[in-house]
Design a protein around this ligand. Structure first.
Ligand code: ASP
Length: 322
């Protein structure tokens, strides 16, 4: 009898806590360094979510190991809706790269919905003696064995794009991993590394101001933003079929109560309709999600399809981490 009463009390307390959610700040874990593209979308979105949820949103950067450290932190967090993850395509590429991934991408998370899709650009240090893709290709062929390619670690979008690029030009480069593409960009600006693939949301400004050289857009079509309209695609420059866009989504630890998930999904859907947020994203070449992938179920189906899409190409490259 006593046990029944205390179970009932616990249940009542849990229901009350869910009804009041959120009554304290929510931490959004970004699995890359501050100032990079994933961090930028999290901070912009966090601003809008704060208004939607009437609660503070704290961004915590947990960079390292291509985003897998941050994802692992959220997979193991208390499933109460106060710790969530904002991650990109790395959710789908890391299962093929890590032999001992400390979480299961499809079963250890609740899927909260997707945010945006973002093209990438291939950029280089401003001192490179190449001004377009054809010249870059010649420079690459003349410098085999000496080229450094920066990325945000195995499993990052910059890693995937760099991997596909090396396969496309059939030249192996020395990859230099960072905790995110913000610190990688600092080194590219300083000329310590030669090349990098990164989201337009992080590269547009640097391209426009001439601080880095741009060699191509990674998606099938040219972009129509002021910074990138004249930049050819890698496909039209000769890397036929080169097409990679990255996407971001939000996740909660498995077991987060349904009422909390529904509140987060409703807030996310509303935030993605915010005109200021949409304007900022579009100005940098990103597209805010408006389709069925705003639902957790479709988001999960998409991630599963992405795992199946990229896994074989990554495995063929034979790059693994333990
Ligand atoms: N998006 C970057 C990448 O995967 C990492 C970052 O956001 O800093 O390369």
């Amino acid at each position: 009898m006593k046990l029944l009463i205390s179970t009932a009390l616990l249940l009542a307390a849990a229901t009350a806590a869910q009804a009041q959610y959120p009554d304290k700040p929510i931490t959004v874990v970004v699995p890359f360094a501050a100032g990079g593209p994933t961090d930028k979308v999290a901070r912009d979105l966090g601003e809008v979510l704060r208004k939607q949820l009437n609660q503070s949103v704290i961004i915590e950067n947990v960079g390292g190991a291509g985003g897998t450290l941050g994802a692992a932190k959220v997979a193991k967090a208390t499933p109460d809706g106060y710790t969530v993850l904002l991650h990109h395509i790395g959710m789908a590429t890391s299962p093929a790269l890590y032999r001992k991934l400390p979480y299961d991408t499809l079963t250890d998370f609740e899927y909260l919905g997707m945010i945006n899709e973002v093209p990438m650009t291939l950029i280089g240090r401003s001192t490179l003696p190449a001004n377009n893709f054809a010249e870059l290709r010649k420079w690459i062929d003349a410098n085999k064995g000496k080229i450094n390619l920066a990325n945000a670690g195995l499993g990052a979008a910059s890693h995937l794009c760099g991997l596909l690029f090396q396969q496309a030009v059939a030249v192996d480069m020395t990859t230099v991993p960072y905790k995110g593409t913000a610190p990688a960009m600092t080194d590219l600006l300083g000329g310590q590394v030669d090349l990098m693939c990164d989201q337009t949301t992080n590269t547009s400004q640097q391209i426009e101001s001439g601080k880095v050289k741009a060699f191509g857009v990674t998606t099938g079509k040219r972009l129509n933003t002021p910074a990138l309209a004249k930049l050819p695609t890698l496909d039209e420059s000769g890397l036929k079929g080169f097409n990679v866009a990255i996407w971001h989504g939000m996740y909660a630890p498995k077991g987060t109560p349904k009422t909390v998930i529904d509140k987060l999904n409703t807030a996310l859907r509303a935030a993605l309709k915010d005109p200021e947020f949409i304007k900022r994203e579009e100005a940098l070449g990103a597209v805010v999600i408006t389709d069925a992938r705003l639902s957790g179920a479709e988001h999960k189906r998409f991630v599963e399809a992405e795992i199946n899409k990229w896994g074989p190409a990554i495995k063929a490259a034979g790059q693994y981490a333990d």
